[in-house]
Design a protein around this ligand. Structure first.
Ligand code: PNS
Length: 163
């Protein structure tokens, strides 16, 4: 069984992520979207909240599951018997970050491959960071995040600003 793990912050999930998950689900028997925590990042949504928004985005995909893990992604991949870490590549700026992370993961476990999937042309400019900025300043979110993400995102940003 070919299993891929698609790790990321997903803070929040975007239409670019959904496109990636959908395409990956056709290439692997099972895809797990892994919500990870990095010590260096401040997240807008908690891990359970991010998971919930992903769950709702992948309802139609039969072979996609959602999980969370604290620690090294490579350890999670090994623990579930997966063979592949899947990441998306948008523009050239992503390349160095992805190459460094893939190289570190290869050093930690050479048995696990990182596979990069190019983002679709319609999604190459979409990132969670940019989406949060658009939302914060009242921009149109249609097409940038799945429809069910819009209200939680606006609510969360309002609550954060009010603090
Ligand atoms: O969506 P992101 O923030 O670019 O995803 C980065 C992520 C979560 C995949 C990466 O930070 C990660 O795997 N974090 C868990 C810790 C780890 O395994 N780091 C890799 C060694 S550098």
């Amino acid at each position: 069984m070919k299993k891929a793990i698609y790790p990321g912050s997903f803070d929040p999930i975007t239409t670019g992520h959904v496109d990636m998950i959908q395409r990956a689900s056709k290439q692997f028997d099972q895809v797990t979207v892994l919500v990870t925590e990095s010590l260096e990042k401040n997240y807008l949504f908690s891990a359970p909240e991010r998971m919930e928004l992903i769950q709702q985005s992948v309802i139609g995909f039969g072979n996609v599951t959602v999980a969370t893990f604290q620690g090294l992604t490579i350890n999670y991949v090994k623990s579930v018997g997966a063979q592949v870490i899947l990441r998306g590549l948008r523009a050239v700026v992503d390349f160095e970050y992805e190459m460094t992370m893939a190289s570190m993961n290869r050093k930690l476990n050479p048995e696990i491959e990182t596979l990069l999937l190019f983002s679709s042309p319609e999604a190459y400019f979409i990132s969670s960071r940019a989406v949060k900025e658009v939302a914060k300043y009242g921009g149109e979110l249609e097409g940038l995040v799945p429809p069910h993400v819009v209200q939680p995102l606006l609510k969360k940003l309002n609550a954060t600003t009010a603090k």
